[in-house]
Design a protein around this ligand. Structure first.
Ligand SMILES: [Zn+2]
Length: 95
């Protein structure tokens, strides 16, 4: 029932479609137009350490982010993985 979309694999091509769909077509640091060859996407999960979350009791949930690295200047952008997955799903339904 709750078939969550956030667990599916998001490929580099998917991320590129998301970035272009959002009109994020240039690196904010160096301004270089993004193409398939100067974008590196890595998926990482940040797990907040429970010991460090004393002021934030609900902060133990893992945060799924996609790390987009500009291969021209090395600038790193983070995108919420669930946001990207939802956007991709909407695009698929619209077809
Ligand atoms: Zn750059």
């Amino acid at each position: 029932m709750m078939s969550e979309t956030c667990t599916r694999e998001i490929s580099k091509a998917d991320v590129e479609r998301f970035l272009f769909g959002k009109h994020i077509t240039a690196c904010p640091a160096c301004g270089r137009f993004r193409s398939a060859c100067d974008l590196d996407v890595q998926s990482i999960t940040c797990q907040r350490a429970p010991a460090a979350a004393t002021s934030l009791p609900t902060g133990a949930a893992p945060v799924d982010v996609l790390m987009v690295v500009c291969q021209n200047c090395g600038a790193i952008q983070f995108h919420d993985r669930t946001v990207v997955a939802k956007w991709l799903d909407c695009q698929r339904r619209a077809k």
